[in-house]
Design a protein around this ligand. Structure first.
Ligand code: NAP
Length: 334
């Protein structure tokens, strides 16, 4: 049998500021033989995540950086072609860290089987993937919303934000989303059932918060950091919870991250701000997945995937996240 060709993106250098094609090597190599304990997977869809930009940086974080010369890390879903592992068989569909490449060969550490007959395969990267898990645990465990609370979410029309907002609605909250542009704000109100929207690109964020949150903000789910975080801090209600899920406005900084100037609002309001890492909740992913699958089946959650075709487009497609060009969960079809 002729060996399979594997197109791969390797991290060639550590980006300064925004990443670009020049930071990667795009190569084609034959697929390695499958050894004992390993599986060979054909990638079908790869998850493109803002966190990938952080994984390219050197230094201590919640996960080791991608090494220079290594295949760029990416979660994905694909089909097992060959297995030398007792838990997987050829024909199984799996979710795991496949990397930005056509084929994964290796030990299936942390891989799970998925069923494309239950939901479309790409949904295992959105509502039923890390996106859904992040929204679920960050909101419910850290944000701890109560029925009637006002919940504000930034990056609200994105993958995690739109899920978090819909879960907050299920929990009986009043949900206000902050997103860039009229189209995204329209989607918040009409596709995701939010109660209010603030278009941070076209209106004054402070005025928008005053209009939409007259009684203050009980839970702030932050995906963007920077000036938007600072603005929401000024409107906290007593005992508010600020969930630091992400800070995409800061990921491409060439200088130090800009911290919030208005943090003393935490003191005045006896509020708290807490960081969140989804992997801390891995032990409970299966039960959360069941609950989210139920909401999807009942039509209580709308999950949108923004699919871009072609592994070869990886660097430019990744950068769509930082330009606000994605609507819903950004995935690359391999
Ligand atoms: P996403 O929201 O689908 O896409 C990113 C969105 O961020 C863009 O569409 C854009 O929306 C917005 N954005 C980009 N640059 C911005 C800026 N300078 N200021 C304000 N908004 C900006 O991405 P996602 O996968 O759902 O991730 C959302 C956040 O969750 C990220 O910060 C990510 O790192 C974080 N996250 C954290 C964990 C964890 O374990 N802590 C896990 C998953 C994700 P607009 O058009 O509205 O600007």
């Amino acid at each position: 049998m002729t060996p399979l060709n594997n197109r791969q993106f390797l991290l060639a250098r550590r980006p300064v500021g925004a990443a670009s094609r020049d930071d990667f090597t795009f190569q084609t190599v034959p697929v390695d033989a499958v050894a004992e304990g390993q599986i060979l997977v054909k990638s079908e869809y790869l998850s493109l995540d803002p966190a990938m930009r952080g994984w390219m940086n050197e230094g201590k974080s919640y996960i080791a950086p991608v090494e220079l010369g290594a295949v760029m890390r990416a979660l994905g879903v694909g089909r097992v072609i060959e297995s030398q592992h007792p838990k997987f068989a050829a024909g199984d569909y799996v979710q795991g860290a496949l990397g930005v490449q056509d084929y994964f060969v290796g030990e299936p550490k942390g891989f799970n089987k998925v069923d494309p007959n239950v939901v479309p395969l790409q949904r295992y990267l959105s509502a039923l993937g890390m996106t859904g898990m992040s929204a679920y645990f960050a909101l419910l465990e850290v944000g701890a919303p109560k029925s009637g609370d006002t919940v504000v979410i930034s990056g609200a029309a994105g993958a995690v934000g739109s899920m978090a907002g819909q879960i907050a609605k299920i929990k009986g909250c009043r949900v206000i989303g902050i997103a860039g542009g009229a189209e995204k704000c329209h989607a918040l109100l009409n596709d995701y059932g939010f109660d209010g929207a603030i278009d941070y690109k076209n209106e004054d964020i402070h005025a928008g918060l005053k209009r939409e949150c007259p009684k203050g903000v009980d839970v702030y789910f932050d995906n963007v950091g920077g000036e938007i975080l600072d603005a929401v801090l000024t409107r906290l209600a007593p005992k508010a919870r600020v969930v630091i899920c992400g800070a995409i406005s800061q990921y491409n900084n060439k200088e130090a991250v800009k911290g919030p100037a208005n943090y003393l609002s935490l003191l005045v309001n006896r509020a708290r701000m807490e960081g969140f890492v989804v992997m801390d909740h891995a032990a409970n992913f299966a039960s959360a997945g069941m609950e989210i699958a139920g909401w999807l089946a009942q039509g209580k959650i709308n999950s949108k995937e923004h699919v871009v075709d072609g592994l070869e487009t990886f660097p430019e497609t990744l950068m769509m996240l930082f330009k606000g060009e994605n609507t819903g969960k950004l995935v690359l079809k391999v």
